[in-house]
Design a binder for this molecule. Structure first.
Ligand code: ADP
Ligand code: MG
Length: 239
């Protein structure tokens, strides 16, 4: 689906307009996200901060087509998510957007290289091609020497770097990370986020939009722009 109108942020890898997610609760409807307008440009690194419960995860889940808004719209690469079929949403989640989570979500019995290559299995890519691609990506996150290591034998920072390599396996134009430093000490966390930012800018043909949710002000200091959420709205926004 085309963008509904031109204007600020038109054509941006990530854009939302009036993005709203209401949940039904025992106490009635609850707006976790309330009319959010946001655009993230190609090559831009935006950090989303805000207290627990302010709607950060809700926002990322909507941007990644893991969840559906109750009002408003999100565009990824200029494509309105509400216009996608279920099959197109699945395809977007698999190849258009890279996800990095607080729990690294690596498969414990697979090596670092096999974890990175795993998304390519679904694409039916030949094994040699998958392993070449995974080896290249592990090199980009400085883990070329640990390609055969099982996750449990890697440090937390190394495990998160494997997860980053996996998130990049389809060269997505958008990378979304929800508290990626939550299980890391602060110095390691900063290193990991700096690496994500670097992989978005240089070292690649893709000018990525990177959206990182964090509690860590140090992570915010690495960003091009910090967006603050409070009660599902941009902090400081009117009304
Ligand atoms: P954050 O990631 O900023 O901590 P979340 O986006 O996870 O916040 O949640 C925002 C608010 O929405 C919280 O008050 C949370 O309890 C509520 N919420 C999130 N998911 C659901 C759900 N599935 N049902 C009801 N309430 C929810
Ligand atoms: Mg959260």
């Amino acid at each position: 689906m085309e963008e509904s109108e031109a204007g600020a942020g038109a054509g941006a890898p990530v854009r939302t307009e009036g993005l709203t997610r209401e949940f039904e609760t025992s106490e009635g409807p609850f707006r976790a996200l309330n009319g959010l307008d946001l655009a993230v440009a190609a090559g831009e690194f935006v950090v989303v901060m805000g207290p627990s419960g302010s709607g950060k995860t809700t926002l990322l889940n909507l941007l990644g087509a893991l969840d559906t808004p109750t009002a408003g719209e999100a565009w990824i690469g200029g494509v309105a998510l509400s216009g996608l079929t279920e099959r197109e949403r699945t395809s977007l989640r698999r190849t258009g957007v890279g996800f990095v989570f607080q729990q690294f979500n690596l498969v414990p019995h697979l090596s670092a290289m096999e974890n990175v290559a795993l998304p390519l299995v679904i694409d039916n890519r030949p094994r040699d091609e998958r392993m070449d691609r995974a080896r290249d990506l592990l090199g980009r996150v400085d883990l070329g020497a640990r390609a055969d290591a099982l996750p449990a034998t890697l440090s937390g920072g190394e495990q998160q770097r494997v997860a980053i390599a996996r998130a990049l396996v389809h060269e997505p134009a958008v990378v979304l990370a929800d508290e990626p430093t939550g299980n890391l000490d602060s110095a390691t966390g900063l290193d990991v986020v700096a690496l994500m930012a670097e992989l978005g800018r240089g070292d690649s043909d893709v000018e990525r939009a990177l959206v990182v949710v964090t509690h860590d002000e140090g992570v915010g200091a690495l960003a091009d722009r910090v967006v603050r959420l409070r009660d599902g709205r941009l902090d400081g926004a009117e009304g």
